[in-house]
Design a protein around this ligand. Sequence first.
Ligand code: BGC
Length: 344
Amino acid sequence: MTSIKSRPFGQTRAGKNVECYTISAPSGLTAEILTYGGVLRALYVPTPEGPRDVVLGFDTLSEYEGQDKYIGAIVGRVCNRIANARFSLDGKAYSLAANSGPNCLHGGIHGFHEKVWTASVAGEKLVLSLNSPDGEEGFPGTLQVQAAYSLSNDSLSLAYAAVTDRSTPVSFTNHSYFNLCGQGSGTVEEHRVRVAADFILENGETGCPTGVLLDVSDTPFDLRTSKPLKQGLMSSHAQIRQGNGYDHNFVLKKTCDSTLVSAAEVEAGGLRMEVLTTQPGMQLYTANYLDGLRGKGYTVYPARTALCLETQGWPDAVNQVGFPGCVLRPEETYEQMTIYRFLH
Ligand code: BGC
């Protein structure tokens, strides 16, 4: 039986109580989830040497509130970038906060990553719910969001659902920073990574897609067979140099549908993790902008000490003709699922 327990995790600066839920599977796989930002605070994977925590995080709530790296959090209402912080929908123009150069990044200034979600336990699942009001961060429509976390002996699954009362762009991701050798154990340059993508979305100067699909053949983005990250990180490819490492959306499929695909596999320190998702894209981000934050248990997190595998809709889809659609209509339900599976 999976067990789910909770404990208090302090109060936000605004005085809201936050809980930390611990979900444990009989195998010992254990996840800690905060009601603050839906943060995956810890993920302990059983190893012959004992449980190993493979995600970055913090010991206190004030450290979560005091950083801007989205560590472990659910990101929304629209993750990644919206070009020039604006879009038009059904003939109406919307203006958002430009919080990353000229672009709107990760849902705006006060995105889902810093909201306190409402928790409920449904059988063996932890369900976090959030009501995002009409006009929040400039987006139209009241959006009701649910994120359900569940564990099996070898996997953590994260299933999202959302409904709206007005059409709105929607794209959620989880922004966990993984290090399979253990959080705080140094660079991930030796991690071997496979990504099932024939194309990436080419980035323009400000990190938004240009609209061009770049064939990965003969580039550092060809991870169709597993390679150590350092090979690509050392490359002089203009896209790598511009992003200061990997910070690119890999094309997993060209449509939005509910088929689960094996998007990626990461191997390091004797562990192998597969990422499965229904999403059409995955941002591979090699934590290029971590800057030495102090993490759990007095660890430090300099650049490249983790990697993010952010399954999501294609960035800036709301402005790009030909990208898989990201607009949720009132008669529809947004659903997506991502699974992190540990293989032996
Ligand atoms: C983005 C990076 C950004 C980071 C913030 C990633 O998803 O692609 O450009 O710096 O999030 O933590």
